[in-house]
Design a protein. Structure first.
Length: 152
């Protein structure tokens, strides 16, 4: 049996923008369906919001997202919690981080640079005691990503 896991983000009105941003970062095929596509009458608030969104990139990146019904927040990072580094320790109230591992610093740097646009850098991408490259950022949609080089 083969199992896979796909991160499913729950956004407050910005799922389309987030998925389109992630497609610009990772490439791949994007599928988006709105609440209106599934029968919500046009003109009803939220009919244009994402009920199902999926990104599938050739390199194995799989992300899904939707907009929580009745929620709309212009600043998604405001409701996502916070993460910071303090005295060499990560302090956070988030329930998860999205991890991206690659085989070289050059490979992960491409994605780091793209995700860093509009992001809060928690720890710059650089060599660390445990990896040839490690970095952490919270993107413009409030998702915290960790980057690790698993081999170099």
């Amino acid at each position: 049996m083969t199992l896979t896991t796909t991160t499913h983000f729950n956004f407050r009105g910005v799922a389309r923008q987030a998925l389109e941003f992630y497609q610009s970062v990772f490439g791949g095929d994007l599928t988006i369906a709105t609440y209106g596509d599934f029968g919500m009458p046009a003109g009803v608030p939220g009919a244009d919001k994402v009920v199902f969104g999926a990104l599938a990139a050739a390199d194995g990146i799989r992300l899904m997202a939707y907009d929580i019904p009745g929620q709309d927040d212009a600043d998604p990072a405001a409701t996502a919690g916070s993460t910071r580094r303090e005295n060499g320790v990560t302090i956070t109230d988030r329930t998860f981080f999205q991890a991206l591992d690659g085989g070289s610093i050059a490979e992960v740097s491409v994605y780091w640079e793209r995700l860093a646009d509009g992001a809060a850098i928690i720890e710059p991408l650089a060599a660390s005691a445990w990896s040839a490259g490690f970095g952490m950022l919270t993107d413009r949609f409030g998702v915290t990503w960790t980057f690790t080089v698993t081999a170099d």
